[in-house]
Design a protein. Structure first.
Length: 87
């Protein structure tokens, strides 16, 4: 455990940021799973609406620094390709 006051504060700040990042990542994963489930069910309308929501969540995560922008682009591209495969 840290003894210095600033180090103790950093531990608290890191814990807060970790919790936020985990929550955002979880949301993104859930949205991705919804897109994949819609594609597996061959439901194009549902897949497209889920894709819009997932892309928005991925963009928000990238804007907040949870994902690198190229990681976000890769995830969006993968999902778009998946949805287009059933179109």
């Amino acid at each position: 455990m840290a003894n210095i006051k600033s180090a103790k504060k950093r531990i608290k700040v890191i814990a807060t940021k970790t919790a936020r990042n985990r929550s955002i990542r979880s949301t993104v994963k859930t949205q991705i799973k919804k897109v994949v489930a819609a594609v597996d069910a061959k439901d194009l309308a549902s897949a497209q609406t889920s894709l819009v929501v997932a892309v928005k969540a991925i963009d928000k995560a990238a804007a907040k620094g949870v994902y690198h922008k190229k990681t976000a682009a890769r995830k969006k591209s993968t999902l778009a390709t998946l949805v287009n495969s059933i179109a």
